[in-house]
Design a protein around this ligand. Structure first.
Ligand code: ADP
Ligand code: MG
Length: 339
């Protein structure tokens, strides 16, 4: 009997992985912005054309890559961020799976330009559907620029599945805002079809929130701060009278990574107990700091879900910190025996 199992060629494996990592242009935006943050950039610019269907480009002034690393960065499981399995439990970077660039390069036209600070000449690589078309030296600024064009050019079913520009742009803005909110100390710009949508200077958290949500949001923010052995909580919640029927200003970050978590969302609402009108959602921008050993973020390729060691304790710390700051700012009477 002949054997029938074959190892898939790399470009096929990359395309399969891309199916999980890249659902739409906004996924490319998230991956490129996170790489720029991991590269220690202090200024990051996002340029988008036609809601990302034609172009998503991220330019950073971070550490850049040398010629060899630039080429390697496009391979699957190629990462500078972890070296061993143990490292998964002490992550300080956004990335670690080493598959974003390989996946994106498998389903788009990608142009990478990069230069390290101490080098005079940088390097430029063009890839189309995992195939390197050319690599050559170029004169370029310190840092990295990655331009992704014609997303899903070789997967028509995916391309046709994309929604209207308005919907895709909304997803892109969501991702941009999440990364910008997670890193107020980094300057971010965003341009769509030559319109400057955001111009955010490096600043503190309150100013960053106001820069994104608009000046009116300033008066509704109530600070939250709590520190226990297990968890540090900081950030802002919106005063209950500003709660809206629609969602959209709810953000939870764990170790500076935006996450979605119904359980923690519930903990925050529990802290508002009795202060919200029916079916309204308060805004919140909560930043949790927790020992990376006590969480697992490697449960989904997009890393927006997390497993916590001690969910219940985290729930009650969040609930009480929200309740406490509402009380402290005289938003609700907090009775002494409840403290
Ligand atoms: P991961 O982020 O999980 O390591 P990626 O495929 O996103 O995987 O990137 C692969 C590698 O390419 C990174 O580990 C990093 O070394 C390098 N890289 C990617 N983007 C940049 C950037 N903007 N600046 C510097 N290095 C980068
Ligand atoms: Mg990455």
């Amino acid at each position: 009997m002949s054997n029938c199992i074959k190892l898939l060629p790399d470009h096929v494996a990359n395309q399969i992985a891309a199916g999980e990592v890249v659902q739409r242009p906004a996924s490319v935006v998230k991956e490129l912005l996170e790489n720029a943050v991991d590269a220690n950039a202090s200024r990051i610019k996002l340029i988008v054309k036609d809601a990302g269907k034609t172009l998503v480009q991220v330019i950073d002034n971070g550490v850049g890559m040398n010629e060899t690393d630039a080429r390697l960065s496009l391979e699957r499981h190629a990462t500078s961020k972890i070296a061993a399995a143990e490292d998964l439990f002490q992550l300080h970077t956004k990335g670690f799976r080493g598959e974003a660039l390989a996946s994106i390069a498998a389903i788009a036209h990608l142009e990478l330009k990069t230069k390290q600070d101490h080098e005079d000449i940088g390097t430029q690589i063009q890839v189309e559907g995992s195939e390197v078309k050319e690599q050559q030296p170029i004169v370029t600024a310190k840092g990295t620029s990655i331009a992704v064009k014609n997303l899903f050019f070789n997967i028509p079913a995916r391309r046709n599945f994309l929604k209207s520009d308005q919907v895709e742009l909304k997803h892109i803005i969501d991702e941009f805002q999440r990364v910008a909110l997670a890193h107020p100390d980094i300057a971010f710009d965003m341009v769509h079809n030559s319109n400057e949508l955001f111009q955010l200077q490096a600043s503190n958290l309150r100013q960053r929130i106001v820069g994104i949500m608009g000046t009116k949001s300033n008066e509704k923010l109530v600070p939250v701060e709590e520190s226990t052995d297990l968890l540090k909580v900081k950030g802002f919640i919106g005063k209950p009278e500003y709660a809206k029927r629609s969602r959209g200003e709810q953000f939870i970050f764990v170790n500076n990574r935006y996450i979605k978590d119904h359980y923690l969302n519930h903990a925050i609402l529990a802290g508002f107990e009795g202060l919200l009108k029916d079916k309204t959602h308060p805004s919140y921008f909560l930043y949790l700091d927790i020992d990376p050993k006590r969480i697992d973020i490697n449960i989904h390729p997009t890393k927006t879900e997390i497993k916590f060691d001690d969910q219940h304790a985290i729930y009650s710390i969040i609930q009480s910190s929200v309740k406490h700051s509402l009380g402290q700012f005289n938003i609700a009477p907090v009775l002494d025996f409840e403290k």
